[in-house]
Design a protein around this ligand. Structure first.
Ligand code: SAM
Length: 291
């Protein structure tokens, strides 16, 4: 890799299609980020804020999804092998999807550093081609991996050029796969923590509709608020704007934000019958800060 590629202050887009991902709103969030020497993104997903903001002296990204962990680790440590293996995925896209989604279930249960390269390519291929970028490894419900975006694997050279910059930005970054509580230890007033947990409303719905491999119960949301209340770090949380969430973070500063969600449309049956066009859903979310 060429050293010149690395400009840690240059904003980058996350390379992933990520449900609830913050790529499109990172610019809107950036003015709320306080000065800090250490950055921790404890529910990283596609890590949109990490990739957008200037890199701190120390950075740490964490997510409980083992496939994501394999991808970020491999991009950080083994970019050339990753790029080579991606180039080998050039056959029939549906067959490749079936291979990674249904034949390589062995990789979905791998943990730690086992088979990192294959797991990374599996995660990336599925993320590009699956419905809505939702990569859920649930052997009991194979239908949750649904091939709907073959175009997601086109223009691979362009994607790899972007991934090379992603790899450069990941150099020196701590990457973990653990529950967020373990990422709070040792934080100081110079640490900035960004927390983008699973949506509150998801905890009230049916488990099979959940967007993430790892979901949250109402009790988990309560525990998160409690844990974040106890840290000396500066914390910014993003959540949907609802009274339950406001109650959890009583005493914190709230800044409402809204934007059109990518890929989510609302139109009633009656409106559709009248020939109305599908409209994008407007997300009403909150930035919640303890500073
Ligand atoms: C809203 S998404 C984060 C999206 C991210 N901000 C982005 O821009 O792509 C929430 C993430 O939390 C992760 N997650 C769920 N439970 C977790 C836990 N207990 N600890 C750490 N991560 C968890 C999920 O895997 C998911 O990636």
């Amino acid at each position: 890799m060429q050293e010149t590629l690395l400009d840690p202050n240059r904003p980058l887009r996350s390379p992933l299609r990520y449900p609830g991902g913050k790529t499109r709103v990172a610019k809107m969030f950036a003015p709320h980020i306080p000065p800090h020497t250490e950055y921790r993104e404890i529910f990283a997903g596609g890590a949109a804020i990490f990739f957008f903001k200037p890199r701190a002296r120390k950075s740490w990204i964490n997510d409980l999804h083992p496939g994501l962990y394999a991808l970020w680790r491999t991009l950080r440590d083994d970019f050339d092998a990753f790029a080579e293996k991606c180039r080998q995925q050039d056959g029939d896209r549906r067959k490749l999807f079936n291979y990674w989604a249904f034949e390589r279930t062995d990789l979905m249960t791998a943990r730690g550093t086992d088979h990192l390269l294959d797991r990374a390519v599996q995660y990336y291929y599925l993320n590009r081609t699956v419905w809505g970028g939702r990569v859920v490894f649930d052997p009991k419900r194979k239908s949750r991996l649904y091939f709907s975006n073959p175009e997601g694997w086109s223009r691979l050279d362009k994607k790899l050029a972007h991934l090379e910059q992603v790899s450069a930005k990941l150099q020196g970054v701590r990457i973990t796969c653990q529950s967020y509580e373990e990422c709070l230890a040792g934080a100081t007033a110079d640490t900035f923590i960004y927390a983008d947990p699973p949506y509150y409303r998801e905890s009230l719905g049916h488990p099979t509709n959940q967007l993430y491999d790892r979901s949250f119960t109402v009790a988990d949301h309560e525990k998160l608020a409690e844990q974040l209340n106890g840290t000396p770090a500066k914390v910014m949380v993003s959540y949907e704007n609802c009274s339950a969430v406001r109650r959890l973070f009583k005493g914190w500063r709230f800044v409402p934000k809204h934007w059109k969600y990518c890929g989510r449309y609302a139109v009633t049956k009656a409106a559709k019958a009248r020939g109305e066009k599908e409209r994008k859903v407007t997300g009403r979310e909150l930035l919640i800060m303890n500073y």
